[in-house]
Design a protein around this ligand. Sequence first.
Ligand code: NDP
Length: 462
Amino acid sequence: MPIASVNPATGETLETFEELDAAGIEQRLARAEAAFRTYRTTSFAHRAQLLRRAADLLDEDREAVARTMTEEMGKPLTAARAEAAKCAKAMRWYAENAEALLADEHPDPADVADAGAARAYVRYRPIGAVLAVMPWNFPFWQVIRFAAPALMAGNVGLLKHASNVPRTAVALEELFVRAGFPEGCFQTLLIGSRAVDGVIRDRRVAAVTLTGSEPAGRVVAAAAADEVKKAVLELGGSDPFVVLPSADLDAAVRTAVTARAQNNGQSCIAAKRFIVHADVYEPFTAAFAEAMRALKVGDPLEEATQVGPLASRQGRDDLEELVEDAKKHGARVECGGRRPEGLDAGWFYEPTVLTGITPAMRIHQEETFGPVATVYRVADLDEAVALANDTPFGLSSNVWTDDPAEQERFVRDIEAGGVFFNGMTASHPALPFGGVKRSGFGRELSGHGIKEFCNVTTVWVA
Ligand code: NDP
């Protein structure tokens, strides 16, 4: 795939970029190594000052940054603005909290004495250059949630962004440079996926983090394992959205629509499988389908648009194939189920609700990366839990119930990295983010995220 910015609403190529050659990659790796040598010794206060400056610049540039994202990958402009604002907030959060999160840890004095030491403590030290292989769906946020903790920990960052968002990739490097980070602290590598293996294997790269698909994750983590380097993987999800009889049905329907259609349906933590108790199945499904049908699909640069195009033709075709397969095996189309009329130039797909899903359908097990929801009817809590877990993925989950015993049942039994009650899954800098099963391993955000790429150093003094 060439590195190119193509507007998914029109199919127009906006700009193409030259891939870095071997000499260009070498130059950037050398810069990263040189930068780390001194940056690792800077104070938290200094790093925080730079990161706050980056946050201020991003706030100032919000409109332009949002437009770049929307033109490159099709998210509605309103959502792109919100994404930029969220990035600035996360940078300020890490600027504020990193020092405390990484403060020296002092074990119990009795344990220190038992270890034969007069003094012993734990220091979180940076590990070097971390490579981030990132996707296009939240092209700023996915990168910032890696970069903010990495830079605050004293690491340096190398970004291999998805090949369809090069303008955003370049804007990210420029942001950190303009904020005053020393040369080499954060660099974009304009490379295709074939060049990633060599970068992971380079001795100057300490670790890798990837957000994206399972095949990409497998290849990247295998190379990292082969080099005995740490990897964090944040892969796909097929999050359940469980609605039980005690739910506030209006709120559940409203949230279900946002949770499924946000970002044109292309979010790893989007609710994808709606598992509804028989007592509320009919009213929930009818209202949900009606609200999905009412979403305004169109040009993402228009303020009123709620659902734009999918980011690529391939993404739209893959989604369409999943829906056609479900239809062929007897699924009922409650709304959507086709490309919208009059929007043929771009890669649009109508918000869709499917019922009558069976295990024979691919959609039962595969991730739907677009505005397509499947709704299941269950008889009781046991069936809801079993169905929620009947997926290869385990990123997050949403459950609507006011009953504390039902909530506790999900906290105990759900096979996912998160469970959100009476609301939708969203990432927040203070809360860990990541999954189990085929959704990956390791965590981003919070203290857990910043510590993933630290050398947890034991200091023992006789
Ligand atoms: P990919 O996983 O292919 O892309 C994500 C990143 O990985 C990109 O930077 C890509 O680079 C890179 N990459 C891809 N293959 C390799 C490889 N073999 N070695 C090294 N790097 C690689 O996602 P797609 O864009 O193809 O989307 C496909 C599916 O992935 C979606 O339908 C969805 O299911 C899932 N996905 C999940 C995301 C999430 O947030 N968890 C985000 C995006 C996708 P390049 O662009 O150059 O290929």
